[in-house]
Every structure is written in structure tokens, then in C-alpha cells.
Design a protein around this ligand. Structure first.
Ligand code: AMP
Length: 283
């Protein structure tokens, strides 16, 4: 496994692979890898001849008072997991090379970036779209894998790739959960033991909504109320948003149907967790 820091070196390796007719599969991450990331890497391994993992805690997608400085990092462990998943190249650029003095370009996927996380994290998706575009230009992947855990991010990137005719296939992958249902996240490392217990209210609310939907409930108002009462019963939980939206356009949904997205962001102490489910689809 090759560990590459420089943009020029990565581009040279990508071009050489392309000249040999190799397909490049790419998994962009911020590191502190878990089984969610590993599931993307395993799929990537089957989809490309060259599997590239990027680890980059992207400063421009963090707001002023967010957790950029304390975001968990463990390069040694990440490299061990990457090796186990059959990664060929780990690309870990420096922020100073990605965003040199004078950097001023931004990609904005206007409408899909507005609601949900865009509302509570202004500028977040512009930072994501911009870094993903840069990473695509550096790694030159044929296929890139993203988790549906970050549902809105996947929607933004899918739209951006279509709008800008980027020559890459974007694939969404299922949410990987702990055995008790908590969606895996690097940020779960912030949770104390009691907070970890409280955090289960997100999954409980999803299961309740899915159950009521399966039993025939179609009012998003009533589904919302059912989810709300579960989360509000948890003293440590503060809801950032809890919404029902069209799974493609992210427009608000008043009547639930197959394909309706239930998305939520909840603060447990200082940690902000997100989760989602698409009604009528597998968990
Ligand atoms: P991150 O390192 O958090 O930026 O995530 C990198 C990629 O892994 C993104 O495409 C995420 O959606 C995906 N990912 C993170 N957590 C999970 C999970 N629990 N299940 C599936 N994919 C995930």
C-alpha cells in the first residue's frame, strides 16, 4: 500500500493507472475509519483495479464553532484498516496544499444544499462539493463510493456530478450500524457511556416510524409526532432537525410514500449525530 501526500504524485499515479487501462475506485473520507468506511472500501475493491482511499479532514466544510480541531485522528490505525480492506493508495494531502494562499473558488449545489444540515451548518455543503471536485480532479476515479448515512451529501454530490458532467459514477452504499442500531460515525468516539446510551433514541425513533409506516400510517405529521416523543423523552437529546422530505428533491413531504426520507440531526451533549431512513426501502 502506497501512502501519498502530494497532489502531483497522486495525479501522476492516477494518470499512469489510466494509461494502463486500469479502473480507479475511490472512497473519500475524513479518517478515523470504522466499519461504515470499510464497507465502502470492500465494495470499492470489487469495482476497481486500483482502490484509492483519501483521508482529509477538510477545513472548509467546518463552521467556526464546530469540531475541526478536535476531530478524531489515528493515521496508524487507519492505515492498518485500509491494508486489511485491500486499499492500494492512501491519499492524505495537507490542508496547505489543498487550499494554498489565494484559493477562492467554491462549488455550490444551490437548492439541495439549503435544507436539513445546510440550514444548521451554513456553507457546509459548498465545502463538501468543492473538496470532492478537487479530489475527483486529483484521483480521477471511474467510480466513487459514498455512504447513505450522509444522505444529503450523497444527493448534493450526485447532482453536482450530473450538472458538471464529471466523468465519474457515484454509488451510494447502505448505512452500517452497531449491533444496537447506532449508525457508525467517527464522531461516536466523542460520546461518554451514558451519552452512547442516550444516542440510541435516534435509531429507536427511526424504527418506530418505519413500523407505523408499515402499518399504514401516511401522515408525516403523525409520524413526526411519534418520532419527536421518543427523542424528547431522552433528557440528553436536543433536536437540531427532524424532517420528512422527498428522497430525491429533498422538498418537504406531507404525505409519506415509498421513497420518503426521514432525516434527523440530534445533539447528545456536545456531539451532533445524524441519521436517516428511506421509507419503503430496506433499513
Ligand atoms: P466521513 O469520514 O465521515 O466523511 O465519511 C466518509 C464516507 O463514509 C462518507 O461517504 C460517509 O457517508 C461514509 N460513512 C460514514 N459512516 C457510515 C456508515 N455508518 N455507514 C455507511 N457509510 C458511512
Amino acid at each position: 500500500m502506497n501512502i501519498i501526500n502530494s497532489i502531483a504524485d497522486m495525479q501522476a499515479l492516477a494518470l499512469a493507472a489510466k494509461r494502463e487501462g486500469k479502473r480507479i475506485a475511490f472512497v473519500p473520507t475524513m479518517g478515523f475509519l470504522h466499519e461504515g468506511h470499510a464497507s465502502l472500501l470492500c465494495e470499492g475493491r470489487t469495482r476497481g483495479d486500483l482502490l484509492v482511499l483519501s483521508i482529509f479532514v477538510n477545513p472548509i466544510q467546518f463552521g467556526q464553532n464546530e469540531d475541526l480541531d478536535r476531530y478524531p485522528r489515528d493515521m496508524e490505525r487507519d492505515c492498518r484498516i485500509a491494508r486489511e480492506c485491500g486499499v492500494d493508495i492512501v491519499f492524505t494531502p495537507e490542508a496547505a496544499e489543498m487550499y494554498p494562499q489565494g484559493f477562492q473558488t467554491s462549488i455550490s449545489v444551490r437548492e439541495l444544499s439549503q435544507p436539513l444540515c445546510g440550514d444548521s451548518r451554513p456553507g457546509h455543503f459548498d465545502g463538501v462539493a468543492t473538496v470532492v471536485t478537487k479530489l475527483f480532479n486529483i484521483v480521477m476515479p471511474d467510480v466513487a463510493l459514498f455512504g447513505r448515512k450522509d444522505y444529503q451529501q450523497l444527493a448534493v454530490i450526485t447532482r453536482m456530478v450530473a450538472d458538471l458532467s464529471l466523468p465519474v459514477l457515484v454509488e451510494g452504499m447502505p448505512i452500517v450500524r452497531e449491533t444496537d442500531g447506532l449508525a457508525m460515525s467517527s464522531r461516536n468516539a466523542y460520546l461518554s457511556a451514558p451519552e452512547r446510551e442516550s444516542a440510541l433514541c435516534l435509531y429507536r425513533s427511526i424504527c418506530t416510524v418505519r413500523k407505523q409506516y408499515a402499518a399504514g400510517e401516511r401522515s408525516t405529521g403523525r409520524l413526526h409526532q411519534a418520532a419527536l416523543s421518543i427523542i424528547q423523552a431522552e433528557p440528553a437529546a436536543v433536536i437540531d432537525y427532524l424532517e420528512f422530505r422527498d428522497g430525491t428533491t429533498l422538498e418537504p413531504s406531507f404525505t409519506a410514500a415509498d421513497g420518503t426520507l426521514m432525516a434527523l440531526a440530534v445533539r447528545i451533549g456536545k456531539t451532533r449525530l445524524i441519521d436517516n431512513t428511506v421509507l419503503g426501502k430496506e433499513l
